[in-house]
Design a protein around this ligand. Structure first.
Ligand code: NOJ
Length: 560
């Protein structure tokens, strides 16, 4: 058993824009985070992950960085950051910064220099290619729709942008660029931060042939992902980052990696690989995706979710480590997606929490998840802010003939803005998020769902999360126990065990809004069990109850 603090930790993600506004401009800020640190400390989290706070024109809410070493004006100043950093450390917590080094903003001085002339020393910091027959250099589609190339008149060439056209991709083939990134990373680490969450980090190495991708039936663009995801030099680059920077500090690192499988993840996180500690994989988030990606929002089965999560649990058992998440700033709210945000909101949010936190890996909580915040349903497209949502709407409605109604239903289910409405702090105006006009609408359910209410209610989702975190600190089996799935084909109950020496956990989760029977495997002795946590009132000293699980009920037993 290889014990480390970041395996035992629970991470809480703050999306600063929507967390807490201290100055009434309608945008969350660093002073706002400072005010809420006691709340996070009470919850018990160990690490705070901050989505990008660097200077940015905000085409993609800070994931388009124009200066890595200064703070976005809307969020405050470097002094505010230093104060926040000390306050986090004083409370015994750590801070993990988002690191966006696959691309910058087109307003970054590097890009402005790069675009100015083919002879500029920074030309090669980005990926420039001449057109082919008067068209883009290849057929790749941008993640945010349209071509991944943008023509620039100044030098009569195209630059690559896998995301928006205001997010040009950096050229990692260039050693000078890499050096600049390493010194920037060291600058932050020397300030005292405790780790990095690395944005789409498996996109860094592009196949230098820039071949066309396959064009699926009825599609306009090709899929370039085989040429930029997990590309030819990716492990070399990550090992260099590790050797030059990361290995000199005691850190937590997680790489966001779309399109990664457990075999590859082992290469990224394996103990002797000297790359990263864990990855954010996407397979469970991709449930229900179709030809139009997540917007298809097709039906999924519980057995699929169990199969995927189990594949990752078993796949990283030897030498790797999982990150565990249901939510982040790019995903809809889990209680609306995998639970029931109506009649069983509280029960299902707690069940999902237990189901995730009892798996093997480091759990991540996204702001508002701990109070069971739900998806937003703006009636008008005008109320949406997210570039991916707006571009996809335009693309699917104009180019693929989706009706307005179909697209709005998909947006209600899957838009990233579901996660980005302001945190609901209390039942005062704007949920206590701002005294001004919030940059994006507040969910109207804030009088019912808010932090003050959750804090004061002993049976709340917040208290349940707090208890889960406490349990993690008390029982090694929760952190280090080996995972085993029970009843893989059951479409109602997700049941698994965790085993560490003589100790065992039995985790039972009902994913449906009606009763479900679970049959105990013979080798488990019901009498030897104590109940660790449940989302319904239970008889605490009865051993394992053979009563059916009620709607969205979860029970976690400890067996010795
Ligand atoms: C992943 C981030 O999580 C997302 O919010 C962003 O739009 C893209 N990477 C591009 O940086």
């Amino acid at each position: 058993m290889d014990k480390t603090w970041w395996k035992e930790a629970v991470v809480y993600q703050v999306y600063p824009r929507s967390f807490m506004d201290s100055d009434g401009d309608g945008i969350g800020d660093l002073k706002g985070i400072l005010v809420k640190l006691d709340y996070l400390q009470t919850l018990g989290v160990d690490v705070i992950w901050l989505s990008p706070i660097y200077q940015s024109p905000n085409d993609d809410n800070g994931y388009d960085v124009s200066d890595y070493q200064s703070i976005m004006k809307e969020f405050g100043t470097m002094e505010d950051f230093d104060r926040l950093l000390s306050a986090i450390h004083e409370r015994g917590m750590k801070i993990m910064m988002d690191l966006v080094i696959n691309h910058t903003s087109d307003e970054h001085p590097w890009f402005m220099a790069s675009r100015s002339s083919v002879d500029d020393p920074k030309r090669d910091y980005y990926i420039w290619r001449p057109g082919k027959d008067g068209k883009e250099p290849n057929n790749w589609e941008s993640v945010f729709k349209g071509s991944a190339w943008k023509y620039d008149e100044v030098t009569d060439e195209y630059y690559l942008h896998l995301f928006s056209k205001k997010q040009p991709d950096l050229n990692w083939e260039n050693p000078d660029l890499r050096e600049e990134i390493y010194s920037m990373m060291k600058w932050w680490l020397d300030k005292g931060i405790d780790g990095f969450r690395m944005d789409v980090i498996n996109f860094l190495s592009k196949d230098q042939r820039y071949l066309d991708g396959v064009v699926a039936d009825g599609k306009q663009y090709g899929d370039g992902s085989p040429y930029f995801m997990n590309g030819p030099r990716i492990h070399e680059f990550l090992q260099e980052i590790n050797q030059r920077v990361l290995s000199h500090y005691d850190l937590i690192t997680v790489g966001e990696m779309p399109g990664v499988n457990p075999e590859e993840a082992l290469l990224y996180t394996g103990k002797d690989r000297n790359e990263l500690h864990m990855v954010f994989q996407f397979e469970h988030m991709d449930l229900g995706a179709g030809p139009e990606g997540k917007w298809n929002n097709s039906k999924w089965e519980l057995s699929d979710l169990k199969r995927i999560l189990s594949k990752w649990q078993y796949g990283l058992e030897d030498g790797g480590w999982n990150s565990l998440y249901w939510n982040n700033h790019d995903q809809p709210r889990v209680v609306s997606r995998f639970g029931d945000d109506g009649a069983y909101r509280v029960e299902s949010a707690k069940m999902l929490a237990a189901c995730l936190h009892m798996l093997k890996g480091t759990p991540y909580i996204y702001q508002g998840e701990e109070m069971g915040m739900t998806n937003i349903k703006f009636e008008s497209l005008e109320d949406y802010r997210d570039i991916e949502t707006l571009n996809s709407h335009e693309d699917l409605v104009n180019n693929y003939g989706w009706s307005e109604e179909r697209m709005m239903a998909a947006i209600h289910a899957r838009s990233r803005d579901n996660a980005r409405t302001p945190v609901q702090w209390n039942d005062s105006r704007n949920a206590g998020f701002t005294t001004g006009t919030p940059w994006i609408g507040v969910n109207a359910n804030y009088p019912e769902i808010n932090a003050v209410k959750a804090y004061n209610d002993q049976e709340s989702i917040f208290q349940f999360y707090k208890k889960l975190i406490e349990l993690r600190k008390q029982h090694d089996v929760i952190v280090y126990g080996h995972y085993d799935l029970l009843c893989p084909d059951d479409e109602q109950i997700f049941a698994y065990t965790r085993t560490l020496g003589e100790e065992k956990l039995l985790v039972l989760c009902n994913f449906k809004g009606y009763d479900g029977q679970f049959n105990l495997p013979e080798e488990l002795d019901p009498q030897s069990a104590t109940l660790l946590i449940s989302n319904y009132k239970q008889d605490m000293d009865k051993g394992i109850s053979s009563e059916p699980l009620r709607a969205f009920e979860c029970r976690v037993y400890h067996l010795k």
